[in-house]
Design a protein around this ligand. Structure first.
Ligand SMILES: [Fe+2]
Length: 619
């Protein structure tokens, strides 16, 4: 693999960059995450797909941390379906032109390896199994010499699932399953309709993540809307027994037509076209692929346990945004510890690339980091290793906005506000507004990485309200009525209210709401009595103060927490973004750090109705 021979600055600063969908940038200093931001938060384009380098995100992470590009030792980039030789040169040309520098060192990091590095490094575990499962990763070239050996497939294909073993200075690929490349190059809405699928494609191999994406299209949703499929699945029952596609290791059989074909047979038995059938049974189709996925990832977790015998499992890749499936793994009690990466999707690629490069820099020279052959990464031992595994502050590695910027944004929009000096007083004021039935947008501290808003870019509301879910869907978030809302809960109250078997600080585990709380917390209890829980511990003092204030007022240390964004938009990043969203939807109040802005005519308490709202203007 190519790399520049530039003299390194020796600063220990590694920059990770991801292009494709979910473009992003991350900075790792001496093995420690110091900043990460997704380009979509800045350019305001959902997932910010593109093949150009996300310089806006790169400049932002440098600015957040006070470094310049000249401080960077090397740039890691995760690559996918590209000619890496040309890509390295192109990266270097782009960087030197953009920043007006003479040289930059770039190191390619393969896709699943970047997922594995990201979760392994931020988890803090020195020894663990790492399971990666996503829609599709790297294209792996055919290698007849390795037919039959672990971690290879003679015919080549795209990464679907990979298993790594992490210990000390190694992150070793143990096994993987590749899937067909062909299906990725066709127009999905047409191609994924099984009744029109050409025979030559029907038997192409796919992975678990691709199958879920395929169903998301099949039932009428769009690109990267798997969360909608998961939410809808709770309303249905599987149409067929998905155990006919058992997943017990990486050699399982699953083709592009599997499951779809069998559902079509059910439809035809009802003398219905597939379109008419899906209009009636869409939730059942969603439930079918959800059930398959739960069984499949549990099967792979069992395989990881059987293969490596480790007591700790780390998981990453977009499939592990499926919080229902994650909780099935936790419930199976296979592992003493289970850690799911908050940036599971490809926005985490920049993070993994930065960590992989940081590790590679500790060797004598930068080197490509690839899962194609030997994926072991050498690092120095001792203090350097300790730095790599220093506990990260997760998931709040994004950008922070100071009082000057906030007050400037408020002033530009001619809004009246009150600045609170005492956090406890502010927390009680927010709790009081929520108790009275108001919805509050909250922007505070560094933004979260990953797709879940976890209290720094969130909309908060009363979980006790029977009308709040419909109100939020119709008047604030402008989204489908079936979509559920999630609770944040004080960690020490979590198991009393929720049937949670492990901490869930990143909202990546969905479990049952205990029966006595289901009617008490209707706004956060899904139709199947589950909830996607965020547990809040001592790491988040302001969120704790807020939950405690609400608990003192209501007896519930729970708040409804949903991402602060409008439909189809990324989560807000800046105070200006937050004000724009606040003014465009039915939110009642906005908190920017310590500034509180209220609309003049907030909606009536818990009545589910929104009046046209006016914002208090400055005199
Ligand atoms: Fe991925």
């Amino acid at each position: 693999m190519p790399h520049s021979t530039a003299v390194l600055s020796g600063s220990g600063l590694a920059l990770g960059v991801h292009i494709g969908h979910d473009r992003s940038a991350a900075l790792v200093k001496n093995g420690k995450l110091i900043a990460h931001v997704a380009q979509e938060r800045l350019d305001r384009v959902k997932m910010s797909p593109g093949s150009s380098i996300p310089f806006q995100a790169i400049v932002a992470v440098l600015g957040q941390t006070g470094y310049t590009i000249r401080d960077v030792d090397a740039v890691g980039f995760s690559f996918e379906n590209c000619m890496v030789d040309q890509l390295s040169s192109w990266f270097e040309d782009q960087f030197t032109c953009y920043f007006d520098i003479s040289k930059i060192t770039t190191i390619p990091v393969s896709h699943h390896l970047a997922h594995a590095w990201s979760v392994r490094a931020v988890s803090g575990f020195k020894r663990c199994a790492v399971l990666v499962c996503d829609g599709a990763g790297e294209f792996i070239k055919p290698d007849p010499q390795k037919a039959g050996k672990a971690g290879s497939q003679s015919s080549g294909g795209m990464e679907g699932e990979s298993l790594f073993f992490a210990q000390g200075d190694k992150l070793e690929l143990c096994d993987r399953r590749l899937q067909s490349f062909l299906h990725d190059i066709y127009d999905r809405p047409f191609f994924y309709n099984s009744s029109q699928m050409p025979e030559m494609f029907a038997k192409q191999t796919v992975g678990i993540g691709r199958k879920y994406e395929q169903f998301t299209y099949f039932i009428g949703f769009g690109n990267e809307q798997n969360g909608k499929t998961m939410g809808l699945a709770s309303y249905g029952k599987p149409l067929i027994d998905t155990r006919q596609w058992p997943v017990i290791d990486f050699r399982y059989k699953l083709t592009l037509s599997d499951i779809l074909h069998e559902i079509e047979e059910v439809a035809h038995a009802s003398s219905m076209s597939i379109g008419a059938f899906l209009r009636l049974r869409r939730a059942d189709a969603a439930s079918t692929v959800q059930r398959f996925t739960e069984e499949a990832v549990l099967g792979l977790a069992r395989y990881a346990k059987h293969t490596l015998g480790e007591s700790t499992l780390c998981v990453s890749g977009g499939v592990f945004l499926n919080c229902v499936a994650n909780h099935k793994i936790a419930q199976a009690d296979l592992f003493k510890e289970l850690f799911a990466m908050p940036a599971c999707g490809d926005e985490g690629q920049a993070l993994g690339a930065a960590f992989a490069v940081s590790a590679a820099l500790k060797g004598s020279a930068p080197k490509a980091v690839s899962a194609h052959t030997d994926s072991s990464v050498d690092m120095e031992n001792g203090e350097a290793e300790h730095e790599l595994f220093a506990p990260p502050v997760l998931p709040y590695a994004g950008l922070q906005h100071d009082r000057f910027e906030i007050e400037a944004a408020i002033s530009r929009n001619s809004l009246a506000h009150k600045w609170y000096q005492d956090d406890n007083v502010l927390a009680d004021e927010i709790a009081a507004m929520i108790e009275s039935g108001l919805t509050v947008g909250l922007l505070r501290g560094r933004s979260e990485m990953g797709p879940r808003a976890l209290g720094h870019r969130s909309i908060l509301a009363d979980p006790r309200s029977p009308t709040m879910k419909d109100h939020l869907n119709a008047r604030v978030k402008f989204r489908e009525a079936f979509r559920p809302y999630a609770p944040m809960v004080l960690a020490e109250h979590a198991t009393e209210i929720f049937d949670l078997v492990c901490p869930s600080p990143y909202m990546l585990f969905a479990c049952d709401v205990r029966p006595k709380y289901r009617t008490a917390l209707p706004a956060v209890t899904h139709v199947d009595s589950t909830a996607r829980v965020q547990t809040v511990d001592a790491q988040e003092p302001f969120l704790r103060a807020l939950l405690l204030a609400f608990y003192r007022r209501t007896g519930f240390a729970v708040l409804l927490n949903t991402s602060f964004n409008l439909a189809g938009e990324p989560i807000v990043e800046t105070p200006e973004d937050a004000i724009r969203a606040f003014l465009a939807c039915g939110l009642d109040a906005l908190v920017l750090e310590c500034a509180v802005i209220k609309k003049a005519e907030p909606r009536s308490r818990l009545n589910g109705e929104s009046k046209p709202q006016q914002v208090t203007q400055m005199a």
